[in-house]
Design a protein around this ligand. Sequence first.
Ligand code: PEP
Ligand code: MN
Length: 350
Amino acid sequence: MIIVIKPNAPENDFNALKERLKAEGFRLNVSRGEETLVLGLIGDASKINEEQLKANPIVENVLRVSAPYKLANRAFHPQNTIIRVKDAVLGRLTPASAGAENGAGKSQLCVMAGPCSVESLEQIISVAKAVKKSGARALRGGAFKPRTSPYSFQGMGAKGLELLKAARKETGLPIVTELMSVREIDLFQDIDIIQIGARNMQNFDLLKEVGGMVKPVLLKRGLSSTIKELLMSVEYLMSAGAMEIIICERGVRTFDSYTRNCLDVSAIPYLQKETHLPVVVDPSHACGAAWMTPALSKAAVAAGADGLLIEVHNNPACALCDGEQSLTPEDFSALMDSLAVYAAAEGRRL
Ligand code: PEP
Ligand code: MN
């Protein structure tokens, strides 16, 4: 249930209402926007007397939210959540905040790029420098890799995280990397954005632990997960304390196999309608082919995505993982040039 509070309601009266509801056993979520103040109630609201609440002079409206995701729900938090990690900004600014943020008044289209896997210091530093030069705002790279075959390269593990940190030091780019198991959580305390991969989207124990770290999390949609399941996984992270969640559409399984997965473009506007959180697209894992990545990237931007996660490798033909879908640094640079036009059409800048 959400309670919309009247503008200019006295703070004392608002506090008194909150205390009363807390005493009744509700968990509260206050969302203060530029023009709105919304009090979200999490708990069994069936016993609440709606008429009595509406009679409170500071209450403008009371709405029941039937969707099972509450903290992720836009009704609980009408304004967009903006996530800032170093120079990366995720989320669409409102016109007022955009004006304050930069003269151009434009939201960032946050491009995060890098190899599927960290392979060596030279490789990660060279890719990091190249993608930064082309305008990427964050460096991606897997150290712990979820591979279909146990005989495939499993990632460099802890050493890979150290190499990512070295690339961060060298370029200033924040790093995005996948955490696969609760076992490794301590190694990830100094990671800027923790990626939860498609295969772990419903690993609820992992979600609870990662949520408790209260760090930015990039949560990928599961291979065959519905939007509702995805939002419930977001809710797991948020109910454990993490409020900065980046939702990533990375393609889902369908009956066809001409692409690796099928990019669900409609997930972008739908998620942005249902939640206040930034939505990014991973075109690389969606199509599985470097030549198709630019087209899907443009489609994602045109559909309103807040960012992109793109695989780039210094030598795709020799990549230890996902070479066929990795762009060369030159292809990435050309893609960034053409994306600038699409971003501008959407009122964004790279
Ligand atoms: C990845 O980003 O390298 C990855 C493994 O992605 P996904 O979890 O979407 O398959
Ligand atoms: Mn990959």
